[in-house]
Ligand binder design. Structure first.
Ligand code: SF4
Length: 394
């Protein structure tokens, strides 16, 4: 089946990124060679690595890949699509997909043709899965025309904007993302647009003026997600080594958004007003924007929902079912773990790493937690840092 927009072909023609040689690929960390990772927001496909944007808090610090500035492919688009569709955890119409969210920006000029081509390849399979594309780079009206042309997949474009104006932490001018957000929202017909307001960091971008500007941008999106910083040890070390202002004294496993900061954001939203609803969780915003229930079952963590629009609450409530212990235990055992308990908030399992836990979560629409990593009440799955209770369980 040929896609109605033949010009994607033209866009791709003659411009494939060079594919890294086998020795070059061997030199990459194993996590980067493994192009599919199952994350909370879905199966993440990362067949291109390398980015010149130099965000100081980039997750590539965790993979020793920060110095690779030129994007390079690990395989062709067709090979990557085949890997994704053949992945043992991929379920047509169910598994959310994320494209190029780990080691490059999907809208960089040499990367964008591959991103759009991958969307076309998935759309041609007549899949209705959610597909998330997260960018802080440029989105042009002609990109929007292509994004609107997909008739099966549910595309969400998440435009990352932090408003951080420290040039050594975020060299790219925040106005680039602000303009992309406006363009993407103005032209959106079939796809949806999220203002991805992150990372919000005390002392860096949380002044009243920053908050007001962030809230202003919520008018140019179907939904807004606000969240904090991943400040793992490698990122902490980068901040230290480069003399950057260190926002926290420690580097926990989860994202940090102190309680007081969250309170200030919500107060500012009431004071200045918001254009699109605010969400704490990415999947909540994505699903709200498409008018469906949250695929991560956050409805069980009821305190997350106190800022959610009523119509969405009703959708999530209708879709949220507690399954029988027998069925869930069998599911967990098939994956190599076992059920500990099902409570009103989550299924608790033991012996399962993240990928099979997310498979269960996305299949059942119910939170699935590891008994060894308890979530604290009211912390919304974030680090304990900045919340007045006990320390996070590592
Ligand atoms: S109702 Fe709760 S779970 Fe559903 S989208 Fe809203 S915040 Fe998320």
């Amino acid at each position: 089946m040929t896609h109605p927009l033949g010009d994607i072909e033209e866009l791709v023609a003659g411009r494939p990124l060079p594919i890294l040689s086998i020795p070059e690929q061997d030199a990459l960390r194993e996590e980067l060679r493994d192009v599919i990772e199952y994350r909370k927001s879905g199966l993440s496909l990362n067949w291109i690595v390398g980015c010149p944007l130099n965000c100081g808090y980039c997750v590539r610090h965790l993979f020793d890949n920060y110095e690779m500035k030129l994007p390079r492919a690990l395989m062709t688009d067709d090979e990557a699509a085949k890997l994704l569709l053949g992945h043992r955890y991929f379920q047509p119409h169910i598994t959310p997909i994320q494209l190029l969210n780990r080691a490059t920006d999907p809208m960089l000029p040499r990367v964008k043709p591959h991103t759009l081509n991958m969307l076309r390849l998935l759309d041609e399979q007549q899949l209705t899965n959610h597909v998330l594309v997260i960018t802080r780079w440029r989105i042009e009206p002609e990109d929007c025309a292509i994004l609107n042309s997909f008739t099966n997949i549910r595309v969400t474009v998440l435009v990352t904007n932090s408003g951080i104006d420290h040039p050594a932490i975020e060299p790219v001018d925040s106005n680039v993302a602000a303009k992309s957000l406006r363009t993407a929202f103005e032209h959106a017909k079939r796809y949806r647009v999220i203002h991805y307001w992150r990372p919000i960091v005390p002392g860096l971008n949380d002044s009243d003026d920053h908050l007001r500007r962030g809230l202003e941008l919520s008018h140019h999106a179907h939904a807004t997600v606000f969240t904090g910083l991943f400040y793992k040890a490698q990122i902490q070390a980068y901040f230290k080594d480069h003399g950057l202002p260190e926002p926290y004294d420690e580097g926990p496993r989860r994202k940090i958004l102190p309680e007081m900061l969250e309170g200030r954001i919500l107060t500012a939203a009431r004071a200045f007003g918001v254009g699109s609803p605010l969400f704490r969780k990415t999947s909540c915003a994505v699903t709200y924007a498409h008018g469906v229930a949250d695929y991560n079952g956050h409805f069980g963590i009821r305190e997350l929902c106190d800022i959610c629009p009523v119509a969405q609450l009703q959708r999530c409530e209708a879709a949220w079912h507690r399954r029988s212990e027998r069925d869930v235990d069998e599911f967990a055992r098939q994956l190599g773990g076992q059920l500990v308990e099902i409570n009103d908030r989550a299924i608790v399992v033991s012996g399962l790493p993240e990928p099979p836990r997310y498979l269960m979560q996305h299949s059942l629409g119910y939170q699935v937690h590891d008994v060894a990593r308890p979530h604290q009440l009211n912390h919304h799955g974030r680090a304990d840092l900045g919340w007045p209770t006990i320390k996070e369980t590592q």
